[in-house]
Structure formats: C-alpha cells, structure tokens
Design a protein. Structure first.
Length: 423
C-alpha cells in the first residue's frame, strides 16, 4: 500500500467489487492518496480493476451489475486485436450478437462505459435497436460473402443515432447509482451546493473536525439520504430509532435519530411521499421509476472523537433542505433559452401555477398554522429567457418547492434555477 498504492487499491477493489460500501471507501482512499479512478470504459477496462501507465485505477467491469465475464473478455480481446471502438454501432457489431444482449448493452450504457464513444447515454439507449440490427446485418453480410466495395480502404458508414433529447443529469445519475451502487460521473448534491453554503458554509464530511467528548464541536452539515435503517428501541415501548447514511460526495456519514428527531424524520418522509403522490395525481411522470428530487437533510449536531478514533454525533436539530428553503428563501430566478421556453411554455406555466399562491391565501395559512414560521413568505420570481429579463409582479408569490426547482432543472439544466436568500 505504501509503495504501490494504486495496485494495492485496484486489487482490493477487485476482491470487494460487489460490496458497495467498501468500494466507496477505496475510492475515497484513492482520492486521499492522489490516485485517480477512471470510470468504466469499453476502450480501457477489463473484468478486474487495473492500473494504467499513468498510475490511474481503471474501473473493472466485474463491479457492474448484469455484465458477465465472457462479454468483458470478448470486448477486451477484440479491442486488443483491432484497436479502440469508434462508436456504439462499431462496438456492438465487433463484439457480436452472440456475446452481447440488449440488457447487457443497456447496463454498459447506464454505467457510463460507452461515454467515451457516444453522444450521451439517453441518445445511445434510444439507439440500441438500430445498433443491434446493424450488428446482425453485418454478420449476415459476412456470412453470405457480401461486403462493402470500399471496405478495404475506408470504414463503412455507421447508422445515425436516434434524434431524441438526452437524459438530464439527475436521470443519468439515477441509473448510474442503480448499476454501480455509487456515483462516479457526478453527484445529486452538486445542484444544491450554492444553497447549502447558506446553511453549512464550506463544511463537508471530508473536512469537518470533531471536538472531544468533554468539549464536542457544534457543526451544521448536509447530505443526500442514501440509506435508512429502522430499529426497535431497547426501551421496550415499541418505539423506533433510525440510522441514516448521508452522502455529500466527499464522503458518507451516519447519524442516529432517536425520540423527537426520529419522529421529525418520519414526518419529513411522510410529507415527501404526500407531495410525490400529488404529483402523480396531476400526471407528472418521472423519467425513471422511483426517481425524485434527492432527499437532502441539513443537520445541526455536536461532534466528538472518542478514544477509539471514531467520530460520534449527537443531533441537535434536523430539517430537509426543501423545508428550510420554503421557510427562508426570498427569490427565485429561472433561466431558459428561447427554444426551451417556447417548446415547454405550457409545462412551465403548469409548474408555476402549481407553486403559486396569493398573498392573501399565504397570510391565511400563517394564521391557521401551528408553526407559522415554517410557512415562509414565499418568493418573488424573475425570468431570464435568452437575453430578456423580466420580473413577475402581482398579488402572489411562489413556493420554492423541490417539485418546481427540480422540474425546471430537468427541463433547462442544472444552472437554470437560482435561489436567493436575501431580500
């Protein structure tokens, strides 16, 4: 590990390739040691994790669900004999229909293994039928003795990719996490970092420093909920407590929620499910099954490091980022290209209408609320369409919900929504 850190970590990754938590720990350790981990790539990878000439770790296909060793050996052998793959169609036709199924190809695309040779994962997914048919046709032509008259001097023309909209970053990451068990090409929290600075400053799991048991350090941190484990309390009263794993892209961190914070977490999850059901009731479909805005928790806690070297946290407060935004945000700025705005005008209007509330109704909600401060004041709204800027002014405000913000970002990109916290 000291003299050959990349080789050591690659060996450990291969041994534990199906143990996601260990893989995440190895990747984090590689980052700490300055060793780069190259994502899956059909033009570089083999079945096991390896190390290239630059000392980078090459991701092994053994860690991708649904990919068998015969396929990987075939693609590596073909690549070694005839050079790198040019595009999706070249890849499928050279590997051959006897070695790759539609499901295997989908897994490779979703895991990002064809990113280096294709236009985008969503576009390649839509082009799979064409690619499979192209491979069959080439095999039939070769079997019957037919060939391209120009094949001796130039490569025959590949088919065209499907003309569809590529996946959003959220959809790409959703499938990537499903296949790999972790995020490699990005992280869902990235779209919310500018907001989280308002609550956490620059604190991350990687750089937060604990105090001592006698003098714990107060901190505020945030992360995407990636695991929820419920357990029965030892009190014998049937009450539950939760162990929650949070991921902020720099590392993961576990918190335990007891008593009132366990109840608050249950309320957060229940409220989130209520909103998701309401969306489905309005006919809002997700691009991927079960896909919604990430659940981000903002946690105030006291941190201490015990004699065993483990960091322990004692939660002092807990909220979802969405609830904090609704309570504290003052303005929203939505940015569109002219084409996206024109093509999606009705959809945008429906999103805004679903999250618009009159000032009179907002005041009534506050009067009737058990905790009026949780209602917030609503947000003013500014639109940027191409080079044009406009303020929407009237006797109404907008609720900065995950549904609105996530929906606009799905349509117009990660940088299309800006949340303002100052008046």
């Amino acid at each position: 590990k000291v003299h050959y850190p990349a080789e050591f970590l690659a060996s450990m990754m291969t041994s534990d390739c199906l143990k996601t938590e260990k893989l995440i720990a190895y990747i984090s350790e590689a980052d700490r040691l300055g060793v780069k981990v190259i994502p899956p790539d059909v033009n570089k990878g083999k079945y096991a994790f390896g190390v290239d000439e630059q000392g980078d770790i090459i991701y092994g296909f053994a860690a991708i669900k649904g990919i068998g060793e015969p396929l990987v050996n075939r693609l590596a052998e073909e690549r070694s004999k005839h050079g790198p793959y040019r595009d999706l169609f070249d890849f499928v036709s050279r590997v051959g229909k006897d070695f790759i199924t539609k499901g295997m190809l989908e897994a490779l695309i979703k895991a990002g293994a064809l990113d280096s040779i294709g236009p985008g994962r969503g576009i390649m997914m839509a082009s799979i039928p064409t690619a499979m048919q192209y491979a069959i046709q080439k095999e039939n032509d070769q079997a019957s003795g037919q060939f391209d008259l120009f094949s001796a001097s130039t490569e025959s023309a590949s088919p065209h990719y499907a003309e569809v909209r590529d996946w959003s970053e959220k959809t790409r990451l959703f499938y990537e996490k499903n296949l790999l068990g972790l995020y490699l090409s990005g992280h869902p929290i990235n779209a919310y970092r500018s907001e989280l600075v308002h609550y956490c400053g620059g604190l991350t799991f990687k750089n937060m420093q604990p105090g001592t048991p006698a003098h714990p350090r107060p901190v505020v941190f945030a992360g995407v909920v990636t695991s929820i484990v419920s357990k029965l309390s030892k009190k014998g009263d049937g009450s539950k407590f939760y162990v929650i794993t949070l991921d902020d892209s720099t590392s993961t961190f576990e918190i335990a929620l007891f008593s009132r914070f366990a109840k608050r977490f249950e309320d957060i999850v229940a409220e989130r499910e209520k909103h998701n059901k309401a969306k489905r009731g309005r006919g809002i479909k997700q691009e991927a099954e079960g896909q919604n805005a990430p659940l981000i928790l903002v946690v105030s806690a006291l941190l201490s490091e015990g004699e065993d070297g483990l960091i322990k946290s004692r939660v002092q407060d807990l909220s979802s980022l969405e609830a904090l935004r609704i309570r504290n945000a003052k303005s929203l700025t939505l940015c569109f290209s002219e084409k996206i705005f024109i093509d999606n005008a009705e959809k945008i209007e429906n999103m805004l209408a679903s999250n618009r509330i009159s000032r009179d109704e907002l005041a009534a909600r506050k009067r009737n609320a058990e905790n009026p401060q949780d209602i917030g004041e609503g947000c003013s709204l500014k639109l940027t369409i191409g080079n044009k800027k406009m303020d929407l002014i009237g006797n109404y405000v907008f609720i900065p919900s995950d549904e609105l913000i996530d929906g606009i970002r799905e349509m117009s990109g990660q940088d299309s929504v800006k949340v303002g916290y100052s008046s």
